[in-house]
Design a protein around this ligand. Structure first.
Ligand code: SAH
Length: 401
């Protein structure tokens, strides 16, 4: 479609800089006016108030993200070929990263903005895929995505997962269910660096498994030899099982507040032959840490992997206090020389914030904290400085003296 026939979204004065810098979300508040009458899902051009072309994207009048941007050169068509090409690029990256390793069949295939595809997450679980739309406009283009996925990966089945609240956020009325092929077994089994995990992609948290911690689980396991390990927020056992099997931990106590997650965790421990060295507890991790502190329990390695704590800027302070209390409690369980592996998946908490929190924790605990590894999300979750929100996961491995 020629550029001049597309509807235009014109920005308010002085609001164009982030989009010239390739941030893909144009919030309603930055929009001055709309020229033409685009409907939900239509292609629009975003222009500065001075009339310069900024980028091309997809329009959604129901979302706070009024336009999601995909192309910054004038004249690029956002047609089926464009989406197919972006998706093939994403698949090619995973082949490059993981060819010949188990991760090739157990990884994130598309990480939304990180792959230039704002509004969709696709995960591969062996012969099955999950697709999660966070953009209504992109969801309208589902057919081309399914076609390319089928062609490139030949899945036995593709399952749709929806994020809670997406109906209100994007005006996207969809329900979890089968998109093509056959329904996935429950659970199905995936492999990760010599470990096997049972995953429920239908009811499990997020899309079933946390691939973003793959390399971090292996990294933390390297500190586990002979150790007494506490794995809090263990979900289906990831870090603890890696510590036991890959790292040779002597004992692992894994804690989570979700019974279905723990049921799979127990099964995973057995599948990996480490059940004798593991024990699982259904508990609130904060309370469990307090209780362990009261009984003066000691662990050589404590893992903290809480769920997202800050949903918006207003929640940031509270989240930082939450991280502080957790880390403070964890440090009290470590003898001098003990290892703390502490994570945050809140995108709003920056690396500086997190390191500041660790510094405060060290001061208040009167302990010395050495950061041995400052790690991020796995490479199948690529991030881009153009959209800082794409960098969300931090995993610090520290020695506490
Ligand atoms: N470490 C896991 C992923 C953790 S996801 C892995 O490697 O796979 C976060 C987990 O925290 C979820 O399993 C959720 O059930 C659990 N959770 C949330 N709030 C909790 C709380 N207050 N106490 C204990 N577990 C909690």
């Amino acid at each position: 479609m020629p550029t001049d026939s597309l509807p235009r979204v014109v920005l308010k004065p002085r609001r164009a800089a982030p989009f010239f810098n390739r941030h893909p979300w144009v919030f309603a508040g930055a929009v001055d006016r709309i020229e033409g009458s685009p409907e939900a899902g239509d292609i629009v051009d975003v222009h500065s108030s001075a009339g310069a072309f900024v980028a091309r994207g997809l329009f959604n009048p129901a979302s706070r993200i009024r336009v999601r941007l995909y192309a910054w050169q004038d004249g690029v068509s956002l047609d089926d070929d464009f989406w197919a090409e972006r998706l093939r690029e994403a698949i090619a990256l995973r082949r490059k990263l993981f060819a010949g390793t188990p991760a090739e069949r157990a990884c994130r295939i598309v990480f939304s903005e990180g792959d230039g595809l704002s509004g969709v997450i696709i995960d591969r679980y062996g012969d099955y895929l999950t697709v999660q739309w966070t953009s209504r406009a992109l969801a309208q283009r589902q057919a081309v995505f399914l076609e390319v996925l089928q062609e490139e990966l030949q899945p036995k089945g593709i399952w749709l997962r929806t994020e809670k609240g997406i109906g209100e956020i994007e005006g996207l009325e969809i329900r979890d269910g089968l998109l093509s092929g056959e329904a996935p077994p429950r659970p199905l089994i995936v492999e990760e660096q010599g470990l096997s995990f049972a995953v429920d992609i239908v009811e499990g948290q997020k899309t079933g498994f946390f691939f973003d911690q793959r390399e971090n689980r292996a990294a933390v396991a390297r500190y586990a030899s002979g150790a007494n390990v506490l794995d809090t927020f263990c979900y289906t056992g990831g870090f603890g099982i890696a510590a036991a099997k890959l790292g040779g931990a002597a004992r692992v106590t894994s804690v989570d507040s979700s019974a279905p997650a723990l049921a799979l965790a127990g099964r995973n421990a057995e599948m990996n032959g480490v059940q004798e060295r593991m024990q699982f507890e259904n508990a609130n991790a904060f309370r469990k840490l307090e209780e362990l502190k009261e009984t003066q329990a000691r662990f050589d390695l404590v893992i903290l992997d809480p769920p997202k704590m800050a949903r918006n800027q207003n929640g940031l302070e509270k989240a930082l206090r939450g991280y502080f209390s957790l880390n403070r409690l964890a440090i009290d369980l470590l003898p001098p020389g003990g290892i703390l592996a502490t994570c945050s998946c809140s995108g709003l908490v920056t690396r500086e914030d997190f390191e500041g929190m660790l510094q405060q924790t060290a001061l208040q605990s009167k302990r010395r904290v050495q950061i041995l590894e400052a790690r991020l999300q796995a490479p199948d979750h690529p991030f881009t400085p153009a959209c800082p929100e794409t960098l969300y996961l931090k995993c610090y491995i520290c020695r506490v003296l």
